[in-house]
Write a new protein. Sequence first.
Length: 198
Amino acid sequence: MNVEDEIILGMHPEDAAEVYLGSRGISPATVMEYGVGYDPHEQAITFPYYDAWGRQTSARWRKLHPNAVPKYMGSRGVKAGLYNVVDVDEPWVYLTEGEIDCLTLKQLGLAAVGVPGAGAFREAWRWLFVDRKVRIVFDADAVKHRVSGEAYRPGQDGGARVLRAISTVAAFVEVVHLPEGEDVNSLHMKGQLGPFVS
């Protein structure tokens, strides 16, 4: 358990949510703009999902307890869409793994859409990227092993899957390769993201 987790465990949950988002560099203005909230019942940060017309369609919860399983949950009975889907209309768009990375890029003035998990991209979404220019910037996960012993990297494998899904419809698409163990937000917090999103 890291120091941040220890601090969060000792706090009132609503304060912990504010501290967690602040520790990830997400500003109060961004929290307000994107409707990020706190669910006291689940003790989790909530990320509302909206459609292209601004109607809320679902939400995802990020539990604050460091040992929570699962760490993320979606609306029951509703398949999550893409986070901040409105940005698919931009000429250039970054496709991130998750909400925090998406919000990080939005704060930097970049068009970004979040996929709700490394393996969550659905073929039905490919039409949204027709004639778009896309940079896929998923997490650079360390190697993990399935029960069968097969090695895999969730972020890299998910990014490659998205590339295959949209490469035949997008005007341009590339995968941005981050250093191992990093994601958009972690690099931003270290001041090292610039070369990967310029």
